[in-house]
Design a binder for this molecule. Structure first.
Ligand code: SF4
Length: 512
């Protein structure tokens, strides 16, 4: 199974949303448990895994292009294996091996844990293995994980979605919503904090629907709000974020929980998608613009400094200039600190793909440009308002492209704002490391970031910073629960070597 250098080395390429980024951490955990070793370098890897996304335009062309570029490498090294998983694999199934016969394994969103067994079978049988399940085999959070960050961790609270937004492929590929029990979620949060993690992001396609089958909505209390309050009791957990809430299910109880739980960050990412009621109806999003703005008002009333971010789709089929003007109106009123804006493109397999009145590309582009210009102006104003304020940052890695040239480092403020700062001054103890906590004073605001160029006001060295410096990542072992059977060998002992982002369309691509 190896190319002659000890443990076989794997490399994962992740397309898509925070769900996929976190699923890739699970894939890495499963592979390490099976004896593989991670490599950040795709060249020379014995196994390349693609964790795919079906949401993005041209997702399939991109995947098959990347697979095509690997074909000569695979021909040169017959022991090498290629696996394709995630949403596009769930959708395309056998098509993947028809279009790229050099692929060894195709697995879906419901059987992540089977990857090592499928790789073994492909090797043993000398033929591609395609295994796509229709229902969840093991809740992904029960699989071991190799975490990407020493200071910040994703924690899934649910998978799947019960909504039927007409532009979205998630329900057909990820299935109905399945919720984890609060005790399991909190145990994972505590395990991460025990390994030095300072911040968790609770992940679900629609976090406000969390626990609808076991909470007591009639009493006004929701399981998600209770979960936020419980996170407030985890000693050492400094920041709690979540993504994404759906406006339809947003309750005042959640806003109250955010306001009264000090470690819940003053930040809300709430997808708007459109400000036109007519378009929202066509999108099958069951709230209306007024309801959205009421939630914004309530959040601002309870958390005056909260930073709001959103997702917006421009050019949904049938969108008129008046509809678009409604979107601009809601954007102006909401004063988002950032908006992830997307031009609508038909996604095969979604109801909206076959709707009449697709908006011409040039019109979509024009509206998109106007929306981006409006939002950039608002973002700039809000970031300029930060100038002179003292901001607490968890120092991050990989977020400032120009950091090396400018000798700055980057971090995230409590409200999620990106801040570039100069890591100097008498308060700095030794060196500032990713995972440490600093306070700085903002000196300049740009549309997408804030700069703090004075001396660092305070610097707290953390265990997360120690772990980052030592190249250690938190790991969480295999667990069981939810009545779903766990697969594979028994849970290993928790690794002691290391003290040890939904519905959001914030798409990205990472290699790990
Ligand atoms: S857009 Fe979000 S809420 Fe709507 S179906 Fe997709 S995942 Fe569910």
């Amino acid at each position: 199974m190896t190319a002659g250098h000890g443990a076989p080395r794997f490399h994962i390429r992740t397309h898509g949303c925070q769900m996929n980024v976190h699923d890739s951490e699970r894939l890495a955990g499963v592979l390490e448990e099976a004896g593989y070793e991670h490599t950040a370098d795709a060249d020379g890897a014995d196994l390349v895994v693609f964790n795919t996304c079906a949401v993005r335009e041209n997702a399939d062309n991109k995947l098959y292009g990347q697979l095509g570029r690997l074909a000569p490498e695979k021909a040169r090294r017959p022991g090498m294996q290629i696996a394709v998983g995630g949403c596009l694999a769930q959708k395309d199934r056998e098509t993947v091996v028809r279009r790229a016969p050099w692929v060894d394994v195709v697995f879906g969103t419901h059987n992540t844990g089977s990857l090592p067994a499928l790789l073994d079978r492909a090797r043993h049988n000398g033929e591609a293995q395609v295994e796509i399940l229709e229902a969840l085999e093991t809740f992904p959070s029960h699989l071991p994980a190799r975490r990407d960050s020493s200071y910040s961790g994703w924690v899934s609270i649910s998978v799947g979605c019960n909504n039927t937004c007409s532009f979205c492929i998630v329900p057909s590929l990820r299935g109905k919503e399945v919720d984890r029990r609060p005790g399991e979620i909190l145990a994972e949060v505590e395990a991460l904090v025990a390994e030095g993690v300072l911040e968790v992001t609770l992940l679900g396609q629609n976090v406000n629907a969390y626990g609808v089958s076991f909470d007591d909505r009639a009493s006004g209390r929701t399981a998600f709000a209770d979960l936020l309050r419980s996170c407030g009791h985890v000693q050492g957990l400094e920041r709690v974020r979540f993504t994404s809430p759906h406006p339809r299910d947003f309750t005042s109880d959640v806003i109250a929980a955010m306001a009264e739980t000090p470690n819940v960050c003053p930040q809300l990412h709430m997808p708007l998608q459109s400000g036109s009621d007519r378009v929202l109806r066509a999108m099958r999003r069951s709230y209306r613009a007024r309801r959205y703005l009421d939630i914004v008002d309530d959040v601002r009333g309870a958390l005056p400094d909260a930073a709001l971010t959103t997702d917006i789709i421009v050019g949904f089929p049938g969108e008129t200039e008046e509809d678009f003007a409604e979107t601009l109106r809601v954007v102006e009123a909401s004063r988002f600190s950032q908006a992830f804006t997307f031009q609508y493109s038909p996604r095969p397999g979604t109801p909206a793909a076959t709707l009449p009145d697709q908006v011409p590309k040039a019109v979509v582009q024009d509206r998109y440009d106007r929306l981006v210009a409006l939002q950039e102006g608002i973002s700039l104003e809000l970031n300029r308002e930060q100038v002179g304020r003292e901001l607490e940052l968890i120092v991050s890695t990989g977020e400032g492209r120009k950091d090396t040239a400018t000798r700055r480092m980057s971090g995230r403020a409590r409200d999620g704002r990106l801040v570039h700062f100069t890591p100097v001054g008498p308060a700095v103890e030794g060196t500032v490391r990713p995972g440490d906590v600093v306070t700085v004073r903002a000196t300049y605001g740009a549309p997408h970031h804030v700069v703090a160029d004075g001396a660092v006001l305070s610097h707290r060295r953390t265990r997360a910073g120690d772990a980052h410096e030592a190249g250690q990542r938190p790991t969480t072992p295999r667990t069981t629960g939810l009545g779903l059977p766990a697969l594979g060998p028994p849970a290993p002992e928790a690794t002691a070597s290391v003290p040890s982002a939904g519905c959001s369309a914030a798409l990205q691509e990472v290699s790990s």
